[in-house]
Ligand binder design. Structure first.
Ligand code: MTE
Ligand code: MO
Length: 421
């Protein structure tokens, strides 16, 4: 993916945001009014107003509305979500098995049947009326297989507080809100063309069939977020398989959107309809949520977030223990939404010295790279393990991430605590 297209996306989003703020675009469905957002974006009130709008840490590790089992050695429950334990990825190969793949649910997993499921494509951006597709219709289209990471924009959020002392709201993920899967499905482009997408269409907004999302007493409607038509026609899938099996309930059964390299929120699960519009579209998920708000981001905040940042994680549990005087093999993975991974450096002394890790995968756009580094600690005591990646677009993980009120895009090098005994 070139810088050119990322820059175009940015310009497009800026333009779209301005149109919306000036009233040139329509507000769609239940959700924040333009006035509410203007107020949110005003005088630094965002944190207070948004305080409780994103699910907080689960008090007890309860059932969470997720269908698949949540064994604590594989997954950590956080309210309606489940986070992958990184130590459970060690030795799993490139793709993440479904039994340990993270789940991010705004509400609860709906139980939908492929037999009764329909996809309705509609809106002012079509040449004709709405067009419906059955599961069989989708299966009959040319199938595409795509290996790509799915990652929450809020992955790593807890480190804003623990490593930088920043106050942010939202699910306190460590680094386990990511997985890589082999997705199989129909091209969204093929579906849009069959539905008669017109020359004036600009935005495409898939909507999920899960329950309406309410936060802070406000009903935002069903999860939906617009994708610019250019991206929708490029590499977006309507996936019905994950790792060679029919899509599991929690990951969007029977059909989900997969938007490679973008924040997970773009990849709407349980998709039931897609609005195609000849004007920019808005929902809570590209206005109030999933934008960078706060002091560092100006009065308007950032444009809606799209491409994921660069991050790295060790395949270790928290407070990992190592025997002194023995040879260990540290393993981990790095990834980026702006391209492949070019290099990874590792430090075992809290960042005082660095050495290159050995990469086990070539740079793969939309995917991750496994790496390893030998380590023979000699003296007992506490230390911090650090991994720092550089992607093919030239982005290197910084020492500090730029804070934002909702804690998205933590891309700084994480200091992973370890004990040598
Ligand atoms: N319909 C619907 N789609 C959704 C969500 C949701 O709650 N409802 N969560 C989104 C978010 S924030 C993320 S990070 C990804 C998570 O995908 P996964 O649960 O399959 O890992 O799904 C996205 N798609
Ligand atoms: Mo997410």
């Amino acid at each position: 993916m070139s810088f050119g297209s990322a820059a175009q996306e940015h310009a497009y989003d800026r333009h779209r945001l301005r149109q919306w703020l000036t009233g040139a675009a329509r507000d769609t469905g239940p959700g924040p009014s333009r006035r509410t957002v203007l107020r949110l974006l005003g005088a630094g009130g965002a944190a207070a107003v948004l305080g409780s709008s994103v699910p907080a840490l689960a008090a007890d590790g309860g059932a969470a509305g997720i269908v698949k089992p949540l064994p604590p050695e594989l997954l950590t429950v956080r309210d309606t979500n489940a986070e992958t334990n990184w130590q459970a990825l060690r030795g799993t190969g490139y793709h993440t098995p479904v039994d340990r793949f993270f789940v991010r649910n705004h509400t609860v997993t709906p139980l939908l049947s492929p037999q009764t499921w329909r996809l309705k494509v509609w809106g002012s951006g079509l040449r004709g009326g709405p067009v419906e597709f059955s599961y069989g219709d989708l299966r009959a289209l040319p199938a595409v297989t795509l290996s790509a990471c799915m990652e929450c924009a809020g992955n790593g959020r807890s480190y804003f507080a623990t490593q930088q002392g920043d106050r942010v709201t939202g699910t306190p993920w460590t680094l386990g809100a990511i997985g890589a899967a082999r997705w199989r499905g129909a091209r969204l482009a093929d579906v849009l063309h069959l539905a008669g997408v017109g020359r004036h269409a600009v935005d495409v907004m898939p909507r999920g069939l899960d329950a309406e999302f309410t936060s802070a007493g406000r009903n935002h409607g069903q999860v939906r977020r617009p994708i610019p038509l250019t991206k929708a026609l490029e590499d977006v899938l309507l996936a019905y398989e994950m790792n060679g099996e029919p899509l599991p309930y929690d990951h969007g059964r029977p059909v989900r959107v997969v938007v490679p390299s973008w924040a997970g929120i773009a990849s709407v699960k349980w998709v039931g309809d897609i609005e195609v519009a000849d004007e920019p579209l808005f929902s809570a998920w590209n206005t109030v949520f999933y934008r960078l708000l706060g002091r560092a981001h100006g009065p308007e905040g950032s444009a809606p977030i799209t491409r994921q940042p660069v991050r790295s994680a060790f395949e270790l549990g928290p407070e990992a223990v190592f025997a002194a005087g023995r040879q260990h093999r540290l393993t981990g993975r790095s990834w980026s939404g702006a391209g492949g991974i070019r290099a990874v450096e590792v430090s075992t002394d809290g960042g005082a010295s660095w050495r290159p890790a050995r990469l086990h995968d070539g740079p793969r756009t939309g995917g991750w790279t496994r790496w390893s580094a030998p380590w023979r600690p000699e003296t007992a005591g506490r230390t911090e393990l650090l991994a720092r990646a550089t992607d093919t677009a030239g982005r290197t993980q910084p020492e500090r991430a730029v804070p934002n009120d909702q804690g998205f895009f933590f891309d700084a090098v994480v200091r992973h605590r370890a004990v040598v005994v």
